[in-house]
Design a protein around this ligand. Structure first.
Ligand code: UDP
Ligand code: MG
Length: 138
């Protein structure tokens, strides 16, 4: 029996990619993989908001730089929808470090470094709901 598992996940096109005008190309990659972009907005967040968004990483050595970076320029936040969206998005994004990302992934194609890795994606269905609420609850 084929089980359908329709999900929504949160994707962010990070400052390094927006700055290089890669947003439309990256959105095409999502659409080509069957994702529907349900909602999207281009925003810039301040450091306090970035700290709140990345709170799970607050004890990590890279936390401060990460929050500086995410708030350093415009980003595009999107709700993506498809079957198994959370995992499918993580697969399409590729490994956190672009050096480890496999061919065909967004981070392999566009990532500059482990910090400037072009995209964010929720890592679980539970976090997807929290992250979608963070940016789109009104
Ligand atoms: N990051 C970093 N240095 C590290 C690990 C992570 O700068 O050693 C950044 C990187 O931009 C990553 C983000 O912190 O995307 C969040 O880390 P996570 O482990 O959640 O990776 P992701 O879920 O984005 O693949
Ligand atoms: Mg993560």
């Amino acid at each position: 029996m084929i089980m359908s598992n329709f999900e929504q996940t949160l994707s962010i096109i990070k400052p390094d990619a927006v700055e290089r005008n890669l947003d439309n190309e990256i959105k095409e990659l999502f659409k080509n993989k069957g994702f529907k972009i349900v909602k999207e907005k281009k925003i810039q967040i301040d450091k306090t908001e970035a700290e709140s968004f990345y709170k799970i990483h607050e004890t990590k050595p890279f936390y401060n730089d990460l929050c500086e970076y995410l708030s350093s320029g415009p980003i595009i936040v999107m709700i993506l929808e498809k079957n198994n969206a959370v995992l499918a998005n993580r697969d399409l994004m590729g490994a956190t470090n672009p050096k480890d990302a496999i061919e065909g992934t967004i981070r392999k194609k566009y990532g500059i470094s482990i910090d400037k890795n072009s995209v964010h994606g929720s890592d679980s269905l539970e976090n997807a709901k929290i992250e979608i609420d963070f940016f789109f609850k009104d």
